[in-house]
Each structure stands twice: as C-alpha cells, then as structure tokens.
Design a protein around this ligand. Structure first.
Ligand SMILES: Nc1nc2c(ncn2[C@@H]2O[C@H](COP(=O)(O)OP(=O)(O)OP(=O)(O)O)[C@@H](O)[C@H]2O)c(=O)[nH]1
Ligand SMILES: [Mg+2]
Ligand SMILES: [Zn+2]
Length: 353
C-alpha cells in the first residue's frame, strides 16, 4: 500500500451509477472496484476504498490482450484483488469513453491515451508551437472519441496577434469552444473550473511545452505539477511530464496530465471526423462525391480561395482520407497477426483462450 485510505470516497473519483452497476455484476466477490490513476511500465497506480496501491495486471488480462487497448489505461475502472503483499488488476470494466491514438509500425495498434474521460482540452500555445495542421490532427482524434472537446490557446500574454490566430483556429474548430488564455491569470482558473466540476474527468493533450501541467496547477490553485520552468540556479534543462497521471482536485473533479506528444494519428478510420466544415461546404459542390480536387464548381475550393477555409484544413482532410484508407486495410491485417500471436502464445502456455 502506498498510503492510507482515510476519507477515500470513490464517488469523488468518478465512481458513478454506470460503473457501480458494472462492478456489482462482477462474479468474483473477492474483487473490489478501483480506478487507474497512474501507469509506469508494468505497474499501475490505483485508488480504491482501501487506499492507494501499486498493482500489476493478472495473468489472464495479459494472456487475453490482443491489442494494447485491452490493457488498463489511466482513467480505467478495474476490478482488483488487494492482498497484503501484491495487488492485481483482474478485469477492466467496459469503458464509457476513451481517447486513443494509432501506434505506428507495421502492425498497427490502438493506444488508449485516457479512459472514461468527459472533456478533452486540446492545448496549443500562441508562440512558435502554433500550427494549424497539428491542431487539426488533435481535433480529428478528439472528434472520433465523441468526447466534449475544448481548445485552449495558451501563452496569450506573449503573443502580439492573438486575435488573428484565434480567428484562424475558430475557422477549423467546427463549432468547438476556443479560448485564448494566459495560464497565470485568475480568470483562467475560473474558466477551467466551469468545465472541471465534481465527478468530471478532464484530460489535457498537446505538444510538449504548451503548458498542460501549468494549466493543471492553475485549475488546482497550487503547484501540484512540476512544469517546464527552466531552473537557472541548477540549470538542469526543461522539465517535461513523463507519464500520464490522474489527479483529484481539492475543489472536486479530476484532471489527467499527459506527456507532450510529438505525433498523434487517428485510430478510428472515419474520414471526416473533425472536418465538419468541409462536410458542410461540400453540400454545395456540383458533384455529390466531389473530392474537392479538379472538379468544377467545388464549394470547398471556393471557400479556400475566399479565405473562409484555411488551405491547411483541406490539405489535412486529403491526408486523413488517404490515411483512413490505409488504416482500414492495415487494421484487418494487424488484427489477424495479433490474433495469431495470441493463439501461438496460448498454445505454448497450454491455455485455451
Ligand atoms: N508566458 C507564459 N508561459 C506559460 C504559459 N503556460 C505555460 N507557460 C510556460 O511554458 C513552459 C512549459 O509549461 P508546461 O506546463 O511544463 O508544459 P507541458 O505542456 O506540461 O509540457 P510537457 O510536460 O513537456 O508535455 C513553462 O515554463 C511554463 O511556465 C502561459 O500562459 N504564458
Ligand atoms: Mg507537462
Ligand atoms: Zn468539392
């Protein structure tokens, strides 16, 4: 056990009726519900009514996992066996939501970035990190997860053309809320608190250095996260968050801090998620199956020419279209390989499934 259980109320950690019902249906009465709040290689930090523990996955979870997403992720509700010396995660309760990305490689796989999340904050800074194409990627990934998504443009205090950049983002945001903020202002804390309420889990995603951990400090009203402030005294370089972690705020609500991602690719193969504006415009194209390429009377290209739609958005839409084609094919192929791997492994270990 990592610490004692004084005053742990699982409802504060998001244990609502949906998960209570699922946990009650579990056959094994020895198991109790817990939430995964951290993950480091083979160990998962969990919170349950008995306290905070470090747990491993049971053999059956490991043997039955085909995709990476079959393993626990931060935010998951799991059923655990707590023993004096070792704790095990024995099953994962079905996820209410999840935000995933595609792991690249020959055999593609799904990596769950966070599970059972109610709000995704996409964070991008208004300095040289500002990049509409990258933002479009994040928007598509969040849109595929069907989780409420809010865009936070940070470091407005350092930016001279905030309004201009804000308008650029609005054009591709597909009606999502966008805010330009300075992390250090009181009104940013107030803004975040309108979203992160008791029982709500929010995740912050975005590149390294954009200010995700800083925003978590802002909403918590204290310095609970180490941020990238360069310490001139020690000169150790910039601190970056290295693992996903779920934190319960004193004011209620939970936030997940994540390490900055260099790349994010969609795991879902829906072509147009996050590109609602293109879908809307294409209603006015002459051809119903217009690819907005060389076709005449294309409303999408016209919108680009008139500055209504950023050219980057059309470029990213084309890219996503090509990628989702490739993804459809690779997914089927990869699942086959992973299933074969699993049955081989089970044969060697004498298991049936
Ligand atoms: N001027 C200014 N600096 C900010 C703001 N938000 C964050 N910073 C600074 O940006 C640097 C990086 O912030 P972090 O919060 O560590 O960034 P992060 O997104 O958590 O980065 P990773 O953990 O590497 O993914 C720190 O020096 C912060 O003080 C802001 O609104 N304005
Ligand atoms: Mg960080
Ligand atoms: Zn068109």
């Amino acid at each position: 056990m990592i610490s004692d259980s004084t005053k742990i109320n699982l409802e504060d950690w998001g244990f609502d009726n949906y998960f209570k019902d699922l946990a009650e249906k579990e056959k094994d009465s020895q198991l109790i519900p817990a939430r995964v709040i951290g993950h480091n290689r083979h160990f998962y930090d969990i919170v349950c009514e008995k306290g905070f523990f470090s747990a491993k996955t049971s053999g059956s979870i490991r043997y039955n996992s085909v995709l990476k997403s079959d393993l626990p992720a931060v935010g998951d509700w799991v059923m655990v066996s707590i023993r004096r010396d070792k704790s095990y995660i024995c099953s994962i309760l079905p996820r209410k939501s999840r935000i995933s990305r595609r792991c690249s490689g020959n055999v593609i796989d799904e990596q769950v970035l966070s599970a059972n999340v109610d709000i995704v904050f996409i964070v991008m800074s208004l300095d040289n990190n500002f990049n509409l194409k990258r933002l479009q990627r994040y928007i598509s990934v969040a849109a595929s997860s069907n989780i409420k998504c809010v865009i936070l443009l940070t470091k407005s205090d350092t930016c001279e053309n905030t309004e201009e950049l804000f308008e650029e983002v609005k054009k591709i945001a597909g009606g999502k809320e966008v805010y330009a903020v300075s992390s250090f202002e009181k009104k940013t804390e107030e803004l975040l608190k309108t979203f992160v309420k008791p029982g709500v889990t929010a995740v912050f995603i975005g590149s390294s250095g954009v200010g995700k951990s800083t925003l978590i400090n802002t909403v918590s009203g204290s310095n609970i996260r180490v941020t990238g402030e360069i310490s001139s005294a020690v000169n150790k370089g910039r601190h970056t968050t290295s693992a996903r972690e779920l934190i319960l705020l004193e004011s209620g609500g939970m936030v997940i801090d994540t390490p900055g991602m260099r790349e994010i690719q969609n795991w879902q193969e829906e072509d147009s998620k996050g590109f609602e504006i293109i879908e809307e415009l294409s209603q006015k194209c002459r051809f119903f199956d217009c690819r907005h390429d060389t076709e005449p009377d294309c409303a999408v290209k016209e919108a680009v020419a008139n500055g209504i739609l950023p050219a980057e958005t059309l470029e990213m839409w084309r890219k996503q279209l090509a990628e989702s084609e490739e993804l459809k094919q690779k997914k089927a192929f990869s699942l086959k390989i992973l299933e074969t791997r699993k049955s081989k492994r089970n044969k060697n270990s004498g298991r049936k499934n």
